[in-house]
Ligand binder design. Structure first.
Ligand code: ZN
Length: 477
């Protein structure tokens, strides 16, 4: 059982977590869930800026690695959707349909994309002619729609989902494998910036993406003891290429199917940041993506008001010119205590307090959101100190979350050991029968084996086979 209070990097009671989460996402003005369609929330300006900053990080990696941004239509014709059998089976229950336009029934019903394979691949067939067209590397950031039947939750379980999806085509299976390694390197870098340590797990056969040869799920541990998937990277081999007839002419003039991969992420990244780093005071945002990185708070109590405000303006000017996202909370008739509270609730990484003492001493008082310690510096150092503190904060947030993950991963040698809300490392022979038995008897999911592999000595928890691999068993968010 977890705490009844949200301390960062500690387990918290599930019911309490849920109430806390819903409250902080509203108080911090990220989202408004009063829109009258279940699972479809409004992005408020502060939340949308946060998402936009995360997307910008992703975009810069995509550009660096030779991907091109596209935007495909939202609607997909039913007959295109139905070409890959496993894919349809996987998504059929989750699809929203458009069957009428004006007063007319449509000849071919259209669906709202749940993901874009079936929108893109009929066109890939036209775009890819020869080996000179490969690799094809594209991505888009759009909303996808899935009819979620469980209780919805902002950012992590929605019906309208802000989604990033990269799709690639390659000549060979090895080229596609290389792409997956590149995706995982991008993920590693993003994880640092977003302060989201994770496990890269090769999913079980029965939990892979519908239509994929294999799936690597990237999972972060929430303080409820459940793993939240924050990204998925999929090797399709030629499964979709065969269904959509995507072939290229190789150097010998032979027509071959392309090998494909995808890489997906969503607004869940925000859900993970909030859940992992937030506390009783509100959310805590990683400096790299925070919409406001520094907030300056003038503390005037009626004295030297204009001098203090000028002093604040000068600091803002200097931080802004150095590239920081900075503002001043100069609201009149709001007490400093309430301004501190707002800054904490919104998770602004650095607060700079300026009162008459700072004005006289030509100093600044700098407060970090994560640990709340106050430090005094000379005003000349402001840019340098803010930069240092942002870097240190990113590192501290990542390493504390990493410690939390490590501390809550335990080995289990017997099914009866599996009782707590933790990530269990278990022996598993790899058979579906054993896997499903283990899942059923523990009421947890096998989230897979480490993508990079690991040494393991132990028996399958179900059949006792000595040549078992290490698998990770946990509840899923
Ligand atoms: Zn077994």
């Amino acid at each position: 059982m977890g705490n009844e209070k949200k301390e960062p990097y500690e387990m918290v009671d599930t019911q309490y977590y849920s109430e806390w989460y819903n409250q902080v996402i509203e108080s911090s003005e990220l989202t408004d869930k009063r829109y009258p369609v279940k699972g479809m929330n409004i992005w408020r300006p502060y939340g949308w800026k946060l998402m936009w900053n995360i997307d910008s990080e992703t975009r810069s990696h995509m550009r660096r690695t030779g991907h091109h941004e596209v935007k495909f239509p939202l609607l997909i014709p039913e007959d295109e959707f139905q070409k890959e059998a496993d894919h349809i089976k996987g998504f059929d229950d989750e699809v929203y349909w458009v069957t009428r336009a004006g007063r007319n029934e449509l000849d071919i019903p259209l669906l709202l994309r749940p993901t874009s394979e079936t929108a893109m691949y009929p066109v890939f067939d036209l775009w890819v002619r020869s080996h000179a067209d490969l690799p094809l590397k594209i991505f888009q950031m759009v909303d996808v729609f899935r009819y979620e039947t469980k209780q919805t939750r902002a950012f992590t379980r929605m019906r309208e989902i802000h989604f990033f999806e990269a799709h690639t085509c390659h000549e060979t299976s090895e080229d596609a494998e290389e792409q997956i390694r590149e995706d995982l390197e991008i993920m590693e870098d993003l994880s640092r910036k977003l302060c989201l340590p994770n496990l890269e797990l090769k999913r079980t056969e029965w939990d892979k993406f519908p239509g994929a040869e294999y799936t690597v799920g990237v999972d972060s541990l929430l303080p409820t003891g459940r793993l939240l998937q924050i990204a998925g990277i999929h090797q399709y081999k030629t499964n979709f290429a065969q269904a959509y007839d995507i072939r290229y002419e190789d150097v010998e003039g032979e027509h071959r199917f392309v090998h494909q991969t995808t890489y997906g992420m969503s607004a869940r990244l925000i859900g993970a940041i909030i859940g992992i780093h937030g506390d009783e005071k509100g959310i805590v945002l990683p400096p790299a993506v925070a919409p406001i990185q520094v907030r300056i708070i003038p503390i005037t109590y009626g004295e030297k008001e204009s001098e203090i405000l000028d002093y604040c303006d000068d600091l803002k000017e200097r931080l802004g010119s150095a590239g920081f996202r900075v503002d001043i909370d100069d609201r009149e008739d709001v007490r400093p205590g309430s301004k501190f509270y707002d800054s904490e609730m919104k998770g602004i990484p650095i607060r700079v307090d300026i009162g008459s003492q700072e004005l006289e001493q030509k100093s600044i008082t700098l407060v970090r959101r994560d640990h709340g310690d106050k430090k005094e510096y000379g005003h000349q150092e402001v840019v340098e100190r803010v930069r240092e503190e942002c870097e240190a904060m990113e590192e501290d947030m990542y390493s504390k979350a990493e410690d939390f993950l490590q501390k809550n991963m335990v080995d289990a040698e017997d099914l009866s050991d599996i009782v707590e809300e933790k990530v269990y490392r278990i022996g598993w022979c790899g058979s579906r029968g054993c896997g499903e038995n283990i899942e059923e008897s523990t009421d947890r999911h096998i989230l897979g084996t480490l993508y990079q592999g690991e040494e393991y000595q132990g028996k399958c928890l179900n059949c006792g086979d000595e040549n078992a691999d290490a698998a990770y068993l946990c509840k899923k968010e």
